[in-house]
Design a protein around this ligand. Structure first.
Ligand SMILES: Cc1cc2nc3c(=O)[nH]c(=O)nc-3n(C[C@H](O)[C@H](O)[C@H](O)COP(=O)(O)O)c2cc1C
Length: 319
């Protein structure tokens, strides 16, 4: 059985599996390991720290000759940052969260595949109009930032598939194992983009404590909030809250965003906790599938496991 799809054909990769461009956490080692495993690895360049990207792109290049990509946060990106990323000759450049209109052509003119991650129907229609090569439909199950009032992956993916027409769609959000990948294909997606599960691999740039917290957590322990972005003074647009693990700071300040902003003592307390890397305050971004993460596994093995499980699931339903 093969998992060949419009996505694997377009990207020339073996499996329809993409690791999410998790800002600052998905570096060159993760991207290379996923690509070596047969998927498409993405470097998470976030807001566009050039030195960081230079180092991580170098690591990816040294570790694999296979294709990999780079992802930016659209609301923070600049034309210079796009040019910078393109200089590393990624196979694909992905933009998420914000209006990609000013940047789409720069990517396409360079002959690089443009991947746009969308969080609602309007963003999906805009991605089609901009000529995206691949659209990532991110449902509200996802770890990290997502759309305000985002609907669940199960409903959102087929909605985007209908909007996208012939453009391949990747499902994102809440896919933690191969059964989820099989379900994504059944929904009409051409593959899956996965963050939380790949975060729990030795190749990501997270601390051991965060890895342990991910392995220990269940999906019920995640929550969508803006509280922790406000506490860490992150300039995220208000319409993109984030799903994180619950923690004591969030328990104290949820639904009190304005009060938190105007309470210097609380902000100071957060800052001190963050300096210690204290997980009772700082965000651990995780999606609803975090309960399916039961160990820290090398990324290439995660790819192989996802493939085997998806093939079993598809065989079970008579694919
Ligand atoms: C730790 C973490 C960081 C993330 N950072 C980014 C990012 O910088 N840019 C981006 O496009 N998506 C980011 N995402 C979202 C992913 O692109 C993707 O939509 C999400 O991980 C899918 O849901 P899952 O975590 O349930 O697999 C992040 C997700 C996680 C878990």
């Amino acid at each position: 059985m093969t998992l060949r799809t419009a996505f694997t054909e377009k990207l020339g990769v073996r499996y329809p599996i993409v690791s999410a461009p998790m800002g600052g956490e998905a570096g060159g080692a993760l991207a290379a390991a996923v690509s070596e495993g047969g998927g498409l690895g993405m470097i998470g360049a976030g807001r566009g720290d050039r030195e960081w990207l230079r180092r991580e792109a170098g690591i990816a290049r040294a570790a694999t000759e296979k294709s990999w990509g780079i992802g930016y946060l659209t609301w923070a990106v600049t034309e210079d940052a796009i040019a910078d990323a393109l200089s590393y000759e990624p196979a694909a450049l992905m933009l998420s969260f914000g209006d990609p209109t000013p940047y789409a052509r720069l990517v396409q003119d360079a002959g690089t595949l443009l991947i746009l991650q969308v969080t609602d129907g309007e963003e999906a229609r805009r991605a089609v109009d901009l000529g995206a090569d691949v659209i990532v439909a991110q449902g509200g199950d996802a770890g990290g930032h997502s759309g305000e009032n985002a609907i669940g992956t199960m409903s959102f993916v087929p909605t985007v598939v209908d909007i996208a027409g012939s453009v391949p769609v990747l499902a994102a959000g809440g896919i933690g194992d191969g059964r989820g990948l099989a379900a994504a294909l059944a929904l009409g997606a051409a593959g899956a983009l996965i963050g939380t599960r790949f975060q729990a691999s030795p190749e990501t740039l997270i601390s051991d404590e965060i890895g342990k917290a991910l392995v220990a957590a269940d999906g019920e322990q995640t929550e969508v909030n803006r509280t922790l972005d406000i506490a860490r003074n992150a300039p995220w647009p208000a319409n993109y809250p984030a799903r994180t693990l619950r923690n004591a700071f969030l328990d104290r300040w949820r639904h009190r965003d304005d009060e938190l902003r105007s309470t210097p003592a609380a902000l100071r307390e957060y800052e001190e906790a963050a300096a210690r890397g204290d997980l009772s305050a700082v965000p651990v971004w995780a999606g609803q599938a975090v309960g399916l993460v039961t160990s820290i596994e090398p990324a290439a093995e995660i790819v192989a496991t996802l493939v085997a499980e998806a093939e079993r699931a598809l065989a079970r339903i008579g694919h």
